[in-house]
Design a binder for this molecule. Sequence first.
Ligand SMILES: [Zn+2]
Ligand SMILES: [Zn+2]
Length: 292
Amino acid sequence: MELQDPRLRSLLRQANKVADSGKKAAAEQLYRQLLDEAPDVAEGWFGLGQVLNDAAQQKEAYKKAVSLEPDYAPAVRALAELRGEPVPEWAIEPPELEEVEPEPEPETVLIDHEHTAVPTEAEEEFELACYRHPNRPTSLRCYNCGKPICSSCAIKTPVGYSCPDCIREKEEIFFNATTLDYVIAPAIGLVLSLIAGYLVSRFAIRGGFIVYIGALFLGGIVGRIIGQFSKQAIGRRRGRYLPHVMVAMLVLGTAVWLLPILIFAGFGSLFAFIGPGIFLFVAGGALFSYMK
Ligand SMILES: [Zn+2]
Ligand SMILES: [Zn+2]
């Protein structure tokens, strides 16, 4: 199977590099990380077989690779050799005589590997471990800050994989409401809600079809109007909890008028609250989504 996900592709490339550098245990971990997510990648199973020490496990890995891709010559060859069987003729010749290096590495020309202690790219990258899980080796980095992250910490964004910290930072830029905004918007919301709540307590408690339809339509409009006025007053900034606070103000502004009715008329008149209930539900929903 052709690996579509660029992250998994780079993981496979990384695993192959680490395997080539002879770090079998490390490579095994990377192959397993890859196969956890993409168990149908024959090259991953073949690579895993190459770095395992136990012959039975190796055989299993090669078998898996061959079952996924029956004409995958290196795996067929490795499996036959392990079983002591003759290698099928078509699989004898290595299919690719020249390695196609997808990314030319100019620095390898400059570094004399035999005489310097400079780590190769493979070694260097493998030293990376997830900054939140130090025991998880990874080749993945946050596109924004470059910190190494494991596949379970990585958050997919349209521009690349991001670490949780950078996501939070972006959210903080997105939610730019000031402390004062948390005072102004709810204050306006409460005043408007008190007016709306008064009207609701006068008219919506009568019940009846017309009232319910009216509560449904007007609820949406009123919720939106409260949102518009409040948001305008705070420069249209957003707050993570502002929608919740605003809905709380709406409920408060309405309940102030309804509660005395409930207390004096008793619970026998609960049907009177169907209209206000519809109003609150629709207005709250409209207000919440407007403040988001
Ligand atoms: Zn980051
Ligand atoms: Zn992690």
